[in-house]
Write a protein that binds this ligand. Structure first.
Ligand SMILES: Cc1ncc(COP(=O)(O)O)c(C=O)c1O
Length: 406
């Protein structure tokens, strides 16, 4: 099935203003950081960082965009009529046996802008937000931007599996100033797909304390073959305390189209959201999103199969080349969260080290709010040959460093 789509093709992203290729310095390093000293030529860098894919975007998106462009007017566009709702809710019903009221569906120019807006919609200036760490960096950026306070509840590893420390979460959430819990499900960077028991454990703590949950489910379609994502809201169909964020961007490689689904079931919260946000979206993006939710399933199956194989290949390569590393294939996402702490002293900036010395762009643990020291995140959504070349270069640098320090 995979052969039908060519995930092995290496696609040159030069001249496309691609963040993955051309924007890494500004994203990964603060403006006052010392200049990067590359040991590999720029054109030889291997990009395994930001969460978009090195594969062609889903053909169903290209088809829908071309069809939309046959209409000559690209004017102001927002969500009118039923077609998009039918396509997207049809997708969630088929994938998760879950749907939601049409009125609850809002479009946004991405999950990131929605996170920024939701902090302000949900929290008064002196109220606080909780999240699990390590965490997706924009959870913190959204809180900082709005000048609110973020409380961190560290994940714990039980038998090597990241899980939620419910006692710690309860302690944080029961602070009377906490009004919002940012849940990342599946979780970036660890790749955990929270189980029903875990979801209920977290949700009930929030409900007891009147805390709203924003469940960022942007990675929900990218689960390992055979695994099943459970939307948090599907467990509590009558709850008005859950906001769900989903998008076609990760699933179908459409991040540049800037469109996301924000499902806000509470009418009062929705009214505040509408007061604060613009309803307009790009007509090309809307057409593409409708196209993939209608016709993208077969491509997604093939993609998932390729990602499963990449993750297996990565596991084998790490075991052979870096036996002291720790890595478990994630339940979901195309992000591999790898523990290299056995090789490095604390607070080593692995982003800089691997960029400068291996010519591989990865995100080190410092990019994930807290509790990421000694870890790196590798994006495996690239041709297998590229992934394995990147791992080889990383392993060579790790071993060289060890030889120097030993
Ligand atoms: C958890 C999470 N939320 C949101 C985003 C970005 O969302 P968008 O591109 O829709 O703004 C990402 C991208 O990596 C992510 O991992």
């Amino acid at each position: 099935m995979t052969d039908h789509y060519n995930f092995d093709a290496i696609i040159d992203r030069s001249q496309t203003n691609a963040l993955a290729k051309d924007g890494y310095v500004g994203y990964l390093f603060p403006p006052d950081a010392p200049a990067i000293q590359l040991s590999h030529p720029e054109e030889d860098l291997i990009s395994l960082w930001v969460a978009d894919m090195a594969f062609a975007s889903a053909p169903a998106a290209h088809d829908a965009i071309q069809a939309r462009l046959r209409h000559p007017i690209l004017g102001y566009t927002a969500l009118f009529g039923d077609d998009y709702y039918n396509a997207f809710s049809g997708w969630t019903r088929k994938q998760y046996d879950w749907s939601f009221d049409q009125a609850a569906l809002q479009l946004s120019l991405g999950v990131i802008p929605a996170l920024f807006d939701l902090v302000d919609v949900i929290c008064a200036p002196d109220e606080k937000i909780v999240t699990l760490t390590p965490a997706y960096g924009y959870f913190k950026h959204a809180v900082d931007y709005n000048q609110r306070v973020l409380l961190k509840s560290p994940l714990v590893q039980r038998d090597g599996v990241f899980t939620v420390d419910l006692d710690d979460l309860r302690a944080k959430v029961s602070d009377p100033a906490v009004k919002l819990f940012f849940l990342c499900h599946p979780h970036n960077p660890t790749g955990r797909l929270w189980t029903e028991t875990e979801l209920r454990g977290m949700a009930e703590i929030c409900f007891e304390n009147d805390v709203i949950i924003v469940s960022d489910e942007i990675h929900c379609d990218l689960v390992r073959t055979g695994k099943q994502h459970i939307p948090l809201a599907s467990l509590y169909p009558d709850s008005l305390q859950i906001v769900t964020c989903m998008a076609p961007s990760k699933t179908f490689n459409l991040a540049g189209l800037m469109i996301a689904n924000i499902i806000i079931s509470c009418p009062e919260m929705r009214a505040k959201w509408k007061d604060r946000t613009e309803p307009f979206v790009n007509p090309i993006s809307l057409a593409a999103a409708q196209g993939v939710y209608t016709n993208g399933a077969q491509w997604l199956d093939a993609l998932k199969h390729y990602l499963d194989q990449n993750l297996t290949a990565l596991k084998v390569a790490l075991a052979e080349q870096l036996p002291k590393s720790k890595f478990d294939i994630p339940d979901a996402t195309y992000l591999a969260w790898i523990d290299l702490s056995a090789y490095f002293p604390i607070n080593t900036n692995l982003t800089r080290l691997f960029l400068e010395q291996a010519g591989v762009i990865v995100e080190g643990g410092e990019m994930f709010v807290a509790d990421g020291d000694g870890w790196i995140r590798i994006n495996v959504a690239c041709p297998r040959s590229v992934l394995l070349a990147g791992v080889e270069r990383i392993a060579a640098v790790v071993l060289q460093q060890q030889a120097l320090s030993g």
